[in-house]
Write a new protein. Structure first.
Length: 147
């Protein structure tokens, strides 16, 4: 009975995942960091402190990789993302999306897929004197807006 309850809860609760898109030594990379949420975030609101914790943890890992070689953001201001996704959808689709993007570098296709599969997609940037900023991905997925 406990196992069934855990499986149902895992399916109901979404995941918040931080994603970095960058190139290093001519190869694309997409490290991830994620945690389960107790309840869905309102997609119109920013992910707040919980999102900042994931971003911080991911950026520490990315920063450590700079000892190997310089990094280049692969999608401009949309190179650091937070997504909210259901666990089942994440397990079924995220590994494929990741490998396809690493292979092809087709950022527009990657963003379209994220927008279809996720209940929230935000870019994460930092503005001097303002701090961490979140921008929600809207329906206009033209390359000029996300590169």
């Amino acid at each position: 009975m406990v196992v069934i309850w855990r499986i149902l809860n895992m399916a109901l609760y979404p995941y918040l995942i931080a994603i970095a898109l960058f190139e290093q030594k001519g190869k694309r990379s997409m490290p991830l960091a994620g945690k389960s949420l107790k309840a869905s975030l309102d997609s119109d609101l920013c992910p707040g402190d919980f999102g900042e914790t994931l971003i911080r943890d991911l950026l520490i890992r990315v920063f450590q990789r700079t000892e190997l070689a310089a990094l280049r953001r692969a999608a401009g201001d949309w190179s650091l993302l937070l997504i909210q996704i259901q666990m089942e959808v994440m397990q079924e689709h995220l590994p494929t999306l990741k490998s396809e993007w690493i292979e092809s570098g087709d950022t527009s296709k990657f963003f379209c897929s994220l927008n279809e599969l996720c209940s929230g997609v935000w870019s994460v940037t930092f503005l001097k004197h303002e701090g961490v900023q979140y921008k929600r991905m809207d329906g206009d997925l033209s390359t000029s807006n996300y590169s």
